[in-house]
Design a protein around this ligand. Structure first.
Ligand SMILES: NC(=O)C1=CN([C@@H]2O[C@H](COP(=O)(O)OP(=O)(O)OC[C@H]3O[C@@H](n4cnc5c(N)ncnc54)[C@H](OP(=O)(O)O)[C@@H]3O)[C@@H](O)[C@H]2O)[C@@H](O)CC1
Ligand SMILES: Nc1ncnc2c1ncn2[C@@H]1O[C@H](COP(=O)(O)OP(=O)(O)O)[C@@H](O)[C@H]1O
Length: 293
């Protein structure tokens, strides 16, 4: 169906939006983040940090009190909202990142539902993937396909496909990663970024774009939450879902290589370990590399 394209620095540099003198924090993009929970409060910090470090004009965080406090301790510029307030009146945001570390929080689920009703651009990760897949397969698609980015890892892709009636084993998926990402993209009419050592981004009815191999040190808890935050900032800056996914995955992998000291062109694990927050901290250095293209 779609055509194939490999992602390189020149492609990302041409897409990345840089601020101009007329910009203000709103025009640069406000990201709403619905992530973290009492079970996984750290995901809130990681997701917000990814969005802030990737250049969002403002990040709004919606979630439980403990996660709000942790977010503010790590990123005091964040504007925080309680679920109950956000349900009454959805905070204004240019795009949303939702689902990382969300588990059994009915208030957050209601906010996610309200965002989906609003038709706003969104990145959908982890705990929000299955419900979104079911809803979009059933024809409930307030947000257009080129403004929804689903970001599953392999386990989440298998569960999202199961939620819409496709029984797929891990072996099936690994034999054809792009084909299964495309199955989810075409069935749900949403853009899919399948994470892994070689991330692919599949747009429904369109191209598949394949990222270079990332440093294996990136396989560390919470790094996917940082990626979801970066992608949210890029959607909020005005990129469509496929371009936001490609740029987010490229900068995320480069940031990991820089933080690790691994070879960015041929990452082979020769650098040192990184944590998810190290990756977020290195994002501005990765963005600076784009100006050399
Ligand atoms: N500090 C925090 O707050 C953090 C919060 N986090 C949040 O935690 C939530 C749970 O996320 P999670 O990914 O850890 O677990 P879950 O979704 O239950 O899937 C695990 C099962 O899926 C399978 N599997 C197959 N392929 C796989 C792959 N490539 N990577 C991983 N798993 C793969 C595998 O099953 P198996 O194939 O072995 O049977 C495995 O047992 C989520 O909301 C996330 O955002 C995390 O980011 C960590 C830091
Ligand atoms: N072997 C690997 N080599 C390079 N990058 C990897 C590898 N495995 C996973 N990744 C990357 O690490 C991140 C892990 O995200 P995810 O699986 O969602 O973890 P978490 O839920 O803990 O944040 C993704 O960006 C993925 O592309």
């Amino acid at each position: 169906m779609g055509t194939e394209r490999n992602v390189d620095l020149a492609m990302v540099a041409s897409l990345w939006r840089r601020p101009v003198p007329d910009d203000d924090k709103y025009s640069r993009g406000v990201v709403g983040v619905v992530a973290g929970s009492d079970a996984y409060p750290g995901a809130a910090v990681l997701c917000v940090s990814g969005a802030a470090r990737a250049g969002a004009g403002m990040v709004r965080y919606v979630g439980p009190r403990r996660a709000q406090d942790l977010v503010l301790a790590a990123r005091p510029e964040t504007v925080v909202h309680a679920d109950s307030d956000a349900i009454d009146r959805l905070p204004r945001a240019s795009a949303w990142t939702m689902g990382s570390g969300v588990a059994d929080q009915p208030g957050q689920d209601a906010v996610i539902g309200a965002v989906l009703d609003s038709g706003a651009p969104c990145v959908v990760d982890a705990g929000a993937l299955q419900d979104l897949a079911r809803a979009r397969q059933a024809g409930y698609r307030a947000t257009p396909p080129d403004r929804v980015l689903m970001t599953p890892h392999e386990g989440e892709l298998i569960r999202a496909l199961a939620a819409i009636g496709h029984d797929v084993t891990r072996a099936d998926l690994q034999a054809d990663r792009e084909g299964h990402a495309r199955l989810l993209a075409e069935t749900t009419r949403a853009t899919v970024l399948l994470k892994g050592s070689q991330t692919v981004v599949v747009a429904p009815g369109g191209q598949t774009r394949t990222l270079p191999m990332a440093t294996p040190w990136l396989a560390t808890a919470g790094s996917g939450d940082v990626l979801a935050g970066i992608a949210g900032a890029l959607l909020a800056s005005g990129l469509d879902a496929a371009d936001a996914g490609v740029c987010a995955a490229w900068v995320h992998a480069r940031a990991a290589a820089l933080a690790s000291g691994d070879d960015p062109e041929r990452p082979d694990g020769s650098g040192g370990p990184v944590t998810a927050l190290d990756v977020a901290v290195a994002i501005p250095r990765a963005v600076r590399l784009l100006k050399s293209a």
